[in-house]
Design a protein around this ligand. Structure first.
Ligand code: DX5
Ligand code: ZN
Length: 221
């Protein structure tokens, strides 16, 4: 299989919400590949962020794929509310839904289907779903808030997932999310990830263009 393209997906959770349109345009112009949208419901995670109307508003400021990360207890109910504007929709294996059905519903709505696994959950939990998702999102912080430190022990999951993918000749992206900066991006890429979600490091960077280039190239400094 040819080497996977590295995808940098700035998370708008870290942007200035009062200037959403300009912030999305800034990330787009700086070279982002996808725009990552963190939807939280206050149930699956201890925070409430934004919903479909906000994601739709963001979509009016870019043609880049919107990568919607549903940190919500009932993704099965809400998938249709995002499907018109999302390119990919990721649900959590820990949420209260029939994971197989939700993944199928996401693919049926012409979006890439993602499955996310939080730090305390073993990778084994996603094994029954291999072949039925397009993105495996390995959380590198406990989901809920931006700006937390990267958990390096999650790299074992990344490399195990890359092994499973090679062994079964499967085709899915491996995405890491949480605490991604130049140094942790390099570690993640070396472990087998190819999609880098980065909130704080991109939106708070002094030079957003240089930051995105450095993340993509995996250059620690
Ligand atoms: C965490 C979210 C992340 C978050 C990453 O719950 O899923 O996407 O925005 O933010 P940083 O890059 O600041 O850790
Ligand atoms: Zn996320």
């Amino acid at each position: 299989m040819s080497p996977r393209k590295t995808i940098v997906a700035p998370s708008i959770l870290a942007c200035d919400f009062s200037r959403l349109g300009a912030e999305v345009e800034r990330a787009d112009a700086a070279g982002a590949d996808w725009i990552h949208c963190d939807v939280m419901d206050g149930h699956l995670v201890d925070n409430i962020s934004f919903g479909p109307a906000f994601v739709e508003a963001a979509s009016r400021h870019t043609r880049l794929p919107l990568d919607v990360h549903l940190m919500i207890e009932r993704p099965d109910i809400y998938v249709p509310r995002f499907a018109d504007v999302a390119a990919s929709i990721t649900c959590h294996v820990e949420a209260a839904h029939d994971v197989s059905k939700t993944l199928l519903a996401i693919r049926d709505s012409d979006c890439l289907a993602g499955l996310a696994v939080s730090p305390p959950t073993p990778l084994e939990s996603i094994r029954p779903h291999l072949g039925h998702f397009d993105i495996l999102l390995i959380m590198t912080v406990n989901p809920g808030f931006g700006g937390q430190p990267f958990l390096p022990e999650m790299m074992e999951k990344v490399s195990a997932a890359a092994d499973w993918r090679a062994r079964d000749a499967l085709d899915f992206h491996i995405e890491v999310d949480g605490g991604i900066n130049r140094a942790t991006a390099a570690v993640s890429l070396a472990s087998g990830a190819n999609v880098l979600v980065a909130g704080t490091s991109v939106f708070k960077a002094a030079d957003i263009v240089a930051e995105i280039v450095a993340l993509r190239e995996g250059t620690p400094r």
